[in-house]
Design a protein around this ligand. Structure first.
Ligand code: F6P
Length: 543
């Protein structure tokens, strides 16, 4: 029996006890509910009072975190133990943002001097690109194109978009998809003589990235000659030799350790495009913010610890109430890639079906994560969240203050965010819907028909993360918060959150199909559908 299985009967008892009480009643009966169910760290406020939870249920969840060994696993992670068992690797992305006096060891070796040296090199290069001190054959770089996918794209791309007010220097673009449309559309209109390519790949073997990098290399060589290629490429990887084999000079090759997982690599030299966009000071502020969250995660008692609380709510919703999805809704347009980033962080980490020792789990693990910035999502999928048959716990993220000197916009944005969480929690009864229609002068027969459609069940859970403004340090805190939340959930589910074997089979199968797709002649041993689709695609091309 795992700690989760031990705790489940008790947690289900809490659920059954709480189930008949609506959140409306909880708020009516407890004027201190907001204070009781909020936690703060470094200017960030987590309001989780709009969840179907009370103090006893929360205490039981905190006991579960203790029984599952969250403090010990946390110490093992920060201590550089090889907690990624299937790859026999330490998990030390936290060292990348550690303070000046930190020591972090992997197999007895202090990795901090290497991390600091590589960060300094990377930031000096970023500043030189930014200011034009380093340029291409036709002068200072006007455009930087990051080529990478998964963790070598989503984190930097999300953070770069999020920090638009801090941009200076060249435009920064991101190409990830092997679909030629992505690189073709990005290169259209760019000037080869002032374009810098960053090839970002932890392994430097990923097909999509290598295909796009080869295309970019040809584009530069065709326009400027082979001799110019070196000046127009830099790379970030753990694979020093492969970078060199691609033709990247040592001065423009930035490394990091294999104790940094791909989806946790934004803080490493993989952050170069972001550092070019926001500068070295901005990047260091991002690291400081993340480090502040790390220290909170390590030091705060579990019941006041933001990542732990958010993880426990995740367990509560997934394993006790049986909710299969989780929405993340930033009321912050610049976080428009946050959900996509989080999908990799959460679903690649916790989308697992076996425990750390390889036995099949007997409980649900990671939920489906999705989201869009509010208010756009309101006019799309919120209908289902409010009135659909599934309950979808939701995180709202919003800044107290906008950064664009358009206060009337921000007032509407913030009001919309608060109204959505209020509507989810409060709902609207049939009697309330009818009363509104009576007040609007509608005939009783019409009211009887329409009113059921206007009922909101309410009692739908959400948490709100409120922060002063989205600056680099706050973004660092937010990302680290979600990283640790995913970690704590993984500990309680007893799964390895740091491998990703589930992405391998598709890659393997695709590798064996490329030739067949080109010739239209599928291998006999493939299944009937795949063979027929290959032939159908070839026939369509021939027409
Ligand atoms: O999709 C699997 C994966 O290995 C991710 O975990 C990783 O972020 C991505 O591919 C890219 O890998 P790399 O940085 O090695 O190119």
């Amino acid at each position: 029996m795992t700690a989760l299985e031990d705790a489940l009967p008790g947690l289900l008892g809490h659920r059954d006890r709480i189930a008949p009480v609506s959140m409306r009643e909880m708020f009516r009966g407890d004027s201190g509910r907001f204070e009781r169910f909020t936690a703060r760290s470094g200017g960030l406020l987590l309001d989780y009072s709009k969840n179907r939870l009370d103090a006893d249920a929360l205490a039981a969840l905190v006991r579960l975190a203790e029984a599952a060994g969250v403090p010990e696993r946390r110490a093992a992670m920060f201590g550089g133990e090889a907690i990624n068992g299937t790859e026999n690797r330490a998990v030390l992305h936290t060292a990348l943002r550690a303070g000046p006096d930190a020591v972090a060891t992997v197999s007895g070796e202090d990795v901090m001097p290497g991390i600091r040296a590589e960060l300094d090199r990377m930031l000096a290069y970023a500043e030189a690109v930014r200011t034009g001190a380093i340029g291409g054959v036709s002068g200072g770089f006007t455009d930087v194109v990051n080529i990478g996918i998964g963790g070598s794209d989503l984190g930097p791309a999300m953070a770069t978009r999020a920090l638009r007010p801090y941009w200076a220097g060249p435009r920064v673009h991101f190409v990830s998809n092997v679909d030629g449309a992505h690189i073709a559309d990005t290169l259209r209109g760019l000037e080869p003589g002032t374009t810098l390519f960053l090839v970002a790949s932890k392994t430097f073997t990923t097909t999509e990235t290598m295909t796009n990098a080869a295309t970019a290399r040809r584009w530069v060589a065709d326009a400027l000659g082979e001799a110019a290629v070196g000046r127009h490429f830099a790379a970030m990887s753990t694979a020093q030799k492969r970078m060199a084999d691609f033709g990247i000079e040592r001065a423009r090759a930035f490394g990091f350790g294999d104790f940094v997982g791909g989806r946790y690599s934004l803080w490493s030299t993989i952050g170069l495009p972001l550092a070019i966009a926001i500068g070295a000071d901005g990047f260091r502020a991002l690291l400081r913010g993340a480090n502040e969250m790390d220290r909170h995660f390590v030091d705060a008692p579990l019941g006041h610890n933001l990542p732990v609380l958010m993880a426990l709510l995740g367990i509560w919703h997934r394993n006790v109430w049986g909710y299969a999805a989780h929405a993340v809704l930033p009321y912050d347009q610049r976080l428009d890639r946050f959900a996509a980033y989080l999908q990799q962080l959460d679903m690649e980490s916790n989308g697992k079906r076996v425990t750390t020792d390889g036995s099949v789990v007997r409980w649900a693990t990671g939920p489906v994560v999705f989201g869009e910035p509010g208010t756009n999502g309101q006019h799309a999928f919120y209908q289902l969240i409010h009135q659909g048959t599934d309950v979808i716990p939701t995180d709202f993220l919003v800044a107290a203050e906008g950064q664009d000197d358009l206060p009337e916009h921000h007032a509407q944005l913030l009001a919309s965010c608060l109204a959505q969480s209020e509507a989810l929690m409060w709902g609207k009864t049939l009697a309330e819907a009818e009363a509104e229609l009576i007040a609007a002068g509608m005939a009783p027969e019409a009211i009887a028909k329409l009113a059921p459609h206007k009922v909101f069940p309410g009692n739908r859970p959400s948490s709100t993360l409120l922060y002063p403004r989205l600056d680099p340090a706050m973004l660092g805190q937010l990302i680290a918060l979600y990283e640790h939340r995913v970690f704590v959930e993984g500990v309680i589910w007893n799964i390895n959150s740091f491998d990703q074997w589930g992405v391998e089979l598709g890659k393997q199968l695709a590798a064996g199909l490329v030739g067949a797709v080109q010739t239209g002649d599928p291998p006999e041993e493939r299944d009937g559908s795949t063979k027929a689709l290959i032939r159908a695609a070839a026939a369509m091309r021939a027409r």
